[in-house]
Design a protein around this ligand. Structure first.
Ligand code: PRP
Length: 212
């Protein structure tokens, strides 16, 4: 029997599509090219195309049995989900970045101390990182274009994903501290895990064989 999967549109999609195709899931090729968001495929497989940050909601609420999204998203909103597999795709890392022409990281911390302002789309990850260093900066949440914040005086530094480093460089920033690697994960609904364990186990096995 097929499963209902919440799949991430956007940057992650080409790699997810290729992986699911290799795993033999039906009708994955060509999906997401027609802006249709709900796809019924053969053998009871159903695909919901959603924003990566919304994958946890669809899976947790039980309208999808499982889903694929980045570890960055799960760090912010992963409660109540089973993280089943590191798919090894969508590789990037989370980092602190500072203005390239400003003081180095140690000096910035010394200068700003308790009044440090951090812009990020990942407030939980940022707070956890700074808390581990005994700091509780002001965290300014943005939903994108985070690299703009230091340039216009909104923040002293950012916590964001870095893939090629081009966005940092284009915005006069340099990486100060690497926080940790990020890859896409297979997550499952806990109830689905109980009732559809065999189907989810089958999906897990297929993905394990083809995961990078
Ligand atoms: C992501 C991330 C960085 C950028 C990193 O943003 O938030 O801004 O990619 O990639 P790079 O190191 O290869 O330049 P995205 O393009 O998803 O847009 P966003 O600003 O809406 O987050």
């Amino acid at each position: 029997m097929g499963l209902t999967l919440a799949l991430p549109k956007g940057r992650l999609w080409p790699d997810v599509q290729a992986l699911l195709d290799r795993a033999g899931l039906p009708a994955i090729g060509g999906l997401a090219e027609d802006r249709q968001l709900l796809h019924d495929a053969a053998d009871g497989w159903r695909y919901l195309l959603v924003r990566p940050s919304d994958v946890p909601t669809f899976v947790r609420e039980g309208v999808a049995d499982a889903g694929v999204t980045g570890k960055d998203v799960l760090f912010e909103d992963g409660d109540g989900l089973y993280e089943m597999l590191d798919l090894g795709i969508g590789r990037s890392h989370m980092a602190v970045a500072v203005p390239a022409d400003g003081p180095d990281w140690a000096r910035l911390l010394a200068e700003r101390g308790g009044s440090l302002r951090v812009a990020t789309s990942y407030p939980a990850a940022a707070r956890a990182f700074f808390a581990a260093h005994g700091l509780s900066p002001r965290v300014i949440r943005l939903r994108g274009s985070v690299e703009l914040a230091p340039q216009v005086g909104l923040a002293d530094c950012i916590v964001d994903l870095v893939e090629t480093g081009r966005t940092l460089a284009a915005n006069g920033l340099r990486e100060a501290v690497a926080i940790g690697p990020v890859t896409a994960r297979l997550v499952a609904n806990q109830q689905a895990y109980r009732w559809k364990g065999a189907d989810l186990g089958g999906l897990l096995g297929r993905l394990r064989e083809v995961a990078a």
